[in-house]
Design a protein around this ligand. Structure first.
Ligand code: NDP
Length: 429
């Protein structure tokens, strides 16, 4: 996305950035006006969203630039309090765009709900009974939420899992019935929860067991999204390190996060920096996405990196990220939260699948940038430079003092609150 209006975007004021996006043809008149006047959540809406509501809690809302995904340019809104995340996403996406951009694959969008049955006398017989009555169970589920069926979705399949007892812990056996549901453009938590509670009486009647609960699982293994990139090493050189050396070090960083959970957790936290920020900006449930992502990272029995980085036969760097992304383009607060509506407007996504592609690409860009910094100049140089503004504000700087103090902090060896307070006192002299 080469627009003269977006040059030196970082150096502009927020108002100038909004105007630049408008001038670049990325925001229409209405969206521009809304951004200029702010995206605050009206008190009346907030009061109806949660219980015991008092006020609202603001987060910075910005955009990452340079995303080229499946041949289409995007600027990506993110809501986040942490400095350097948006800068890193934009920088990573810029290199990947030069290499042709991200390619994404969205597997089927099917969500899973569970009913856990206990006190089943003969689990094999109960399983056979359940499977032989699959049509009736699917019918009961669909009858509980007819509107999703009318839209073309609904419960499609059932599967049964036997979870053996753990006598040493006093844990009984469970027979778990999974319902695989197409929730179309919705994430589907409420749709599925309604269905699961709807099938409980029939399952209890059929098996003679007792249902402990019926609920969606956030481990959405039937809703996986993959983003990939292929980067020639000629785009990777940094300082005294050649492109081939940086590529090899990036691959080693992945290998370290593959074998060591201590590293993998932090590696994946970096991925979720970007993913949670866009999931939140889009009005989706970031707790659900985080829980599913971390479980998926442990799918083979050890917590590992969610991304993989390998060398292609011709020496290019190949990056890939796959994770469950059960997000919605409708439902929850997506259609009424002012910032979520703005995110839809800015991204112009036409389906939940398209939003999944964008989110997965953001995660891959974020990981690329983070490990590239880690294996070259280290992360602190860039991070602390950006962190200096937060530190200046924490020290009490206001107005022009923030920029002044932030610049002075960048030259300090010990960039911490005490230094910031001392420098602020000097500035105020
Ligand atoms: P909603 O309850 O808002 O349901 C989505 C609704 O969107 C559908 O019921 C449907 O209405 C309507 N809709 C309009 N167009 C479409 C379309 N094309 N495809 C599908 N639906 C359409 O949201 P979800 O069921 O998606 O649940 C998400 C919410 O649930 C989030 O806020 C989440 O935080 C919360 N939640 C999450 C849990 C978890 O993750 N474990 C647990 C409980 C809640 P209609 O009925 O008219 O067809």
């Amino acid at each position: 996305m080469e627009s003269k209006y977006l040059q030196k975007f970082y150096d502009k004021t927020p108002a100038e950035r909004i105007t630049a996006l408008h001038a670049a043809g990325l925001l229409n008149e209405e969206a521009t006006a809304k951004l200029h006047s702010g995206l605050s959540l009206p008190q009346e809406i907030a009061d109806n969203m949660i219980e015991n509501q008092l006020s609202t809690y603001d987060l910075p809302y910005g955009v990452a630039l340079n995303f080229l995904i499946d041949g289409k340019d995007y600027i990506v809104p993110m809501a986040i309090e942490e400095p350097s995340v948006i800068a890193a996403a934009s920088a990573g996406a810029k290199i990947i765009a030069k290499a042709g951009g991200f390619r994404t694959t969205i597997q089927k969008r099917v969500m899973i709900g569970q009913v856990a049955l206990k006190n089943i006398l003969d689990s094999d017989a109960a399983e056979q009974l359940i499977l032989s009555h699959r049509d009736e169970i699917l019918e009961a589920a669909n009858a509980a939420h007819p509107s999703i069926v009318k839209r073309g979705g609904g419960a499609r399949r059932i599967s049964v899992r036997y979870l053996a007892a753990v006598p040493d812990e006093g844990i009984p056996a469970f027979l778990v019935v999974h319902l695989h549901v197409e929730t179309l453009e919705a994430m589907g938590a409420n749709i599925i929860n309604t269905m699961m509670e709807g099938v409980i009486p029939y399952l209890e009647h059929l098996t003679g067991g007792e249902a402990l609960m019926g609920i969606l699982t956030n481990y959405a293994t039937d809703c996986l999204a993959t983003a990939e990139c292929r980067i020639p090493s000629s785009l990777l050189g940094r300082g005294s390190l050649s492109g081939d050396e940086v590529r090899d070090r990036l691959i080693e960083a992945y290998q370290f996060a593959y074998v060591d959970p201590y590293r993998a957790v932090t590696n994946n936290k970096g991925i979720m920096n970007g993913i949670d920020a866009i999931v939140l900006a889009s009005g989706n449930d970031w707790r659900a996405i985080s829980a599913g992502a971390h479980a998926y990272a442990s799918r083979n029995g050890q917590y590992r990196s969610l991304t993989t980085w390998k060398k292609a036969e011709n020496g290019d760097l190949l990056g890939s990220l796959t994770l469950p992304l059960p997000i919605g383009a409708v439902g929850g607060s997506i259609n009424f939260h002012p910032a979520a509506k703005m995110t839809k407007e800015i991204l112009g996504y036409r389906s939940a699948s398209e939003l999944e592609s964008i989110i997965a690409s953001v995660g891959l860009a974020q990981n690329f940038s983070a490990i590239k910094a880690l294996v070259t100049e280290g992360i602190q140089k860039g991070h602390m430079g950006l962190h200096s503004r937060s530190l200046a504000i924490s020290a009490g700087a206001v107005g022009k003092e923030i920029e002044q103090l932030s610049e002075r902090l960048k030259g300090e060896k010990n960039m911490n609150l005490a230094t910031a307070q001392t420098l602020l006192a000097q500035i105020r002299g």
